[in-house]
Design a protein around this ligand. Sequence first.
Ligand code: C2E
Ligand code: CA
Ligand code: CA
Length: 741
Amino acid sequence: MIDELITLVDDAHGVDAPRRHPDLPPWKLLIVDDDEEVHDATQFVLRDLVIFERPLCLLHAYSAGEAREQLRRHRDIAVAILDVVMETERAGLDLVGYIRDELGLAECRIILRTGQPGYAPELTVIHQHDINDYRTKADLTHTRLITMVSTALRSYEQFCTIEQSRRGLGLIVHAAADLMEQHAISNLAEGVLTQLAVLLKLPLDGIVCTHRGSPFSEDNGGYCCYVIAAAGRHAPYIAQPLAALPDSRIAYAILSSMAQGQHVFGEDYTVLYLKAAPHQEAAIFLDTGHALSMLDRPLLEVFVSNIAACFRNVNLVERLNHVAYHDPLTHLSNRSRFIADLDGVTREQTDIVVALLDIEHFADLNDGLGQDIGNALLVAVAERLRSMLEPECRIARLGADVFGVIGPEPQVNPTTLFALFQQPFAVDEHQLPVTVTIGLCHDLEHASSGMALLKRANIALNRAKKNLRSHHEYYLVEMEDSTRWRLEIIHQLRRAFDAHQLQPWYQPQIALATGKVVGVEVLLRWPGEQGFIQPPDVFIPLAEYSGLIVQIGAWVLDQACAQHAQLTQWGFTRLKMAVNVSMPQFRKADFVENVAATLVHYRMPPQLLELEITESIAMDEPKVILQKLEALKRLGILIAIDDFGTGYSSLGQLRSLPIDCLKIDKCFVQEIHDGKGGMFAETIVGLSQKLGVGSVAEGVETLEQAGFLRALGCSVAQGYLYAKPMPADQLVEWLRQQATT
Ligand code: C2E
Ligand code: CA
Ligand code: CA
C-alpha cells in the first residue's frame, strides 16, 4: 500500500519520474544525530524521494541544542528522527519532552533511533509523549527507513487534517453559540467554508457562500443574492451582490440552484442548497474541479442539513447582517465592513489608497449646537462623500466623527478630499464650515490584514493631527517603527526603574575664580551589562512623555538628598546639589510639598538644593510655573534655568521669574575655540549680571574655554575638563583627591 505511494527517483536512469504536486510544499524532516555518518546514510536514502506527491526537505542537527534551534525555527516539521544518546544519556528523550510540552507541537511525528540495542525507553515514556516508532540503528535498512518515514508522514497528515477540521467545527460551534453577536452570520458561513474545505480536501479558494437578501439593507425585497462568506481569490466580494463576482459561471450556478431549490452536482463544481426557513435560503458554491463521487454526496447532504439547522437558528439573518455591516445613522458601511473591504484590498495589487478623514472640533460643535445638529452634519458629510466620490470608492463611517475612504489614487488624495470640504454644509438653518484632518496610506499590498491597514491609516491620522502646518499625512513605516520602538523603551524603562537598575551619577561644578568644587549636578544613568542601555537624552524625553518621570524624578531627588547628607557627614560640607526637574513633575499639585518633605527628611539646608528647569519649560506655561517657583523660593530653594539660550525667553519674562542662576548651554561653550566664538556666552553672562543672578557654563572641555569664561565673569563651570559624571563612590574618591591637592 505504502509502496505504491512512494516514488523512488533514479537520477542516472531517469525512470519513475516523481509525481510531484505543483502546489504542495515539501515535507520537513528533522534528523538529529551526533554521528555524521548517520546523517549521510539517511540523506542518501531519503534525498530524492517524493512521498504522497511531496518531496522531502531534510533538516540536520548534530546535537540536542541544535535540534531545539531548528524546531523553534521550523514549527511545521512533520517528522523528527531522534538519536537517543547524544550530549547526555537521555538527550533525545529530553528533546521529545521539549517538542511536546514546551513547543506544544502535537502533530510532529517522532521516531527514536539508538545505536545500543536493548536501550529502549520505558513504555510509559513512549505513550506519554506520543512517540511513533522506536528502532535501533541496525534495524533500519534502506526500505525500512522509507516505510517508517512514509507511515509517519501519513499519520502526520491525518493529525493535521483532524486539527484543521477541529478548527472548522470550532468556528461553527462558536458562531452558533453567540449568534447574537454582530459577526454571527459571517462567522458561521466562514466556519462552513473551512469545514467543507476539510471534508472535501479542497483549497479554501474556490468556495463562496451566498445568501438571498442583502446583508446590508433591508429594502432589497430579498430577491438579490449576496456573498456572505468567501475565501482566497473571492474574499474581496464579501458583502457584495453575487453579480459582482468576476466569474459569471459561479453566479449562474448559484442562481440556478436557488431557482430549483436543490443541490446541483456539476461536472467540475457543486452547489449546495440550504433552506433554513421560508425566506432564508443560501447556497454554497464549491469549485471541486471534478464531479463529486457518490460517496461524498451523502456526507455532504448530512452536513448541509446540519448547517441549515444552524442557519435556522439565526432568526433575523438579514437584520443581523445589516447591523453587522452598517452604520445606522449615515447608512454607510461601518468599521467591520470597512475592515473586511480592506482585507480584500490587501490581496489586490493595484494603486489603491485608504484615507481616514477626521472632522476637526466636532465635539465642540456637538456641545455647542446640540447632538441633533451634530448628527445631521454627519449625515450631510456622508451624503457629500457619497455623491462626490466615484462609485468605485468605498466609504464608511468608522467612529463618531471619522470617515474612511478606499479608492484609486486619482480619487483618494489630499487635494481631491480637501476640495470636498471647501463649501460649508447646510444643516437646519446653519451653514457649517467643516475642516478635516486626513491620514492616508498607500502600498497596501504590504499589509498583512485589513486590521493592520486600518491601524496604519490611524497612525498617519494621529501624526496629521499633531502636524500644525499641513492637515494630512501619509503613513510611513518609520512612524510605526518609531512608535513601537518608543513604547518598547518605555516598557523597559519602567521595568528597569522597578528593578532599581537606574543610577544617579554626579558631575562636579567648579568655581571659575578659585578652582574649588562648589557643587554637583545629579544626572541619571541607565546602565546595562555592556555600557548604557540608552542615554538620558533618549530615555528622559520618553519618561516625560509617559509620565514615568514623576516617579523617577522624585526618586532622583530623594537619592540626591540622601547622597548630600552622606557627603556632609564625610566632611564635604556646603556643596550645592543640582537636580533636574521636568514639566510633568511641576504639574503635580503636591510637587512643592514633596520637595519640602524630602529636604526635611534628610535635614538638608534648602539653599543647598538647586532645581534646574529648562528654559522652554519656564516659558511654556508661565502661570503654572510661576506659582510653584515662588513657593519653592519661599522655602529657600535655588532655581536655575537650564540650557539657557536655546529657548525663546524675553528679558521681560525672565525678570518676572524668581531665579538664581542661568546655565549656559554647552553648544555656546563649545563654540569657543581657537580664539573665536563666545559671543553668545558673553551675552548670557552679561544678561545674568544684569539680572543679578549667577551663571554656570556647561560642557567646558578645554582650558581655553575655561579661561575665556572666567574672563567674562562667569561664576561656575562644569564639564569634562574637570570631571565627567560618575557614580557616587567615584565622586567621593574624586572629592577626596581634590581636597588633598
Ligand atoms: P543637562 O541637564 O543639560 O545635562 C548636561 C549634559 O551635558 C549631561 O548629559 C552631561 O553628561 C553632559 N556633559 C557634561 N559635561 C560635558 C562636557 O564637557 N562635554 C559634553 N559634550 N557633554 C557634557 P546627560 O547626562 O546625557 O544628560 C542629558 C540630559 O538629560 C540632561 O541635560 C538633562 O536634561 C536630562 N537629565 C539627566 N538626568 C536627569 C534627571 O534626573 N531628571 C531630569 N528631569 N532630566 C535629566
Ligand atoms: Ca541640567
Ligand atoms: Ca543643560
